[in-house]
Design a protein around this ligand. Structure first.
Ligand code: AMP
Ligand code: MN
Ligand code: MN
Ligand code: MN
Length: 294
């Protein structure tokens, strides 16, 4: 029998992708175009997980039906935990659930207030009319830092999104605005009340010490967290091993998650994520088991 934990760098690609963005937040493609591209890339089960919004789900659902692809209704919620921003993905949610809708309303208000403050800072960097332009780029979807990155690139201030974040938009940089997002308990409460599974997004992207990470995973599990993204768009074999170890240690199921956004983040490709290592409980299988509900 194969070693349970071994993950080759050339591991099979997954036909499951439980983390992707559309124009309802900072994705490049509208929900229908996203579904079409996912189907072309060989994805059979896709979760639409826009930042703090479920606005794309209805049209994604219709397109998925036509394409014969299974769409999981999802959302990626912004959370503050011990002064850090984390992202928690809700999967298999009822997008119309009242508790979740209240939470989203609050998050969206916070995003709007924060966007005004970021815009003021971006204007000081030499981009005029930054709020209106970011709002125009978002085109009715949530305004995110990715939209301000695009403004900085279009103004010739930065060459690409990575540089825009590193120099201006990341924590502590000139256009950063600190925000107190809702806490983990509230966030998981909203996801659970909408019938969803809660998954800790891109765990290797947080700069966090070992002790604090252990505390986070313990709390996440205790508050009803279900899963952790084990295979992400940018994961190498070592990162997959580390996250798979955390999944086992804390009793979390594993998720496969490209975090696809389109051309602004070309390193996250649809259908390009490694399949879950053997021996790790699968969030996709849990969603499959509840097929009747979603
Ligand atoms: P926000 O939720 O508005 O703070 O924006 C966060 C989003 O910015 C993430 O979901 C990514 O899409 C994008 N982002 C964060 N860091 C980077 C980076 N270093 N390079 C490119 N995009 C980034
Ligand atoms: Mn994003
Ligand atoms: Mn995220
Ligand atoms: Mn994401």
């Amino acid at each position: 029998m194969a070693e349970r934990t071994s993950v080759a760098p050339t591991a099979a690609r997954s036909a499951v992708d439980l983390h992707a963005h559309s124009t309802a937040s900072d994705g490049e493609l509208d929900p229908a175009a996203l579904i079409a591209q996912a189907a072309l890339a060989g994805v059979r089960m896709l979760a639409l997980t826009d930042h703090d919004s479920v606005a794309g789900i209805d049209s994604a659902q219709q397109a998925a039906h036509a394409a014969g692809l299974r769409l999981i209704a999802g959302v990626e919620l912004s959370v503050t935990w011990e002064q850090r921003t984390l992202h928690v993905v809700g999967l298999g949610i009822d997008p119309d659930a009242a508790g979740l809708a209240d939470g989203l309303k609050r998050l969206q208000q916070q995003r709007q207030i924060r966007a005004r403050a970021i815009a003021a800072k971006v204007e000081r960097l030499g981009v005029s009319g930054a709020y209106a332009r970011a709002e125009g780029l978002a085109a009715g979807g949530q305004i995110t830092r990715s939209h301000f990155a695009r403004l900085l690139i279009d103004a010739g201030i930065c060459r690409d999104a990575k540089r825009a974040f590193r120099r201006y938009l990341a924590n502590g940089k000139p256009a950063y605005v600190a925000t107190q997002w809702p806490d983990l308990e509230q966030t998981l409460g909203w996801i659970k009340s909408a019938g969803g599974l809660a998954v800790l997004a891109h765990p290797r992207r947080y700069t966090i010490g070992t002790t604090a990470r252990g505390r986070l995973l313990t709390q996440f599990r205790a508050l009803g967290g279900d899963g952790i993204e084990v295979c992400c768009g940018t994961s190498d074999a070592a990162e997959i091993q580390t996250s798979a170890g955390e999944a086992r240690e804390y009793g979390l199921a594993g998720s496969v998650a490209s975090d696809f956004h389109g051309r602004l983040q070309p390193w996250n490709r649809l259908g390009g994520v490694a399949a879950l290592p053997q021996g790790i409980a699968s969030i996709a299988e849990r969603l499959d088991a509840c097929r009747a509900r979603y």
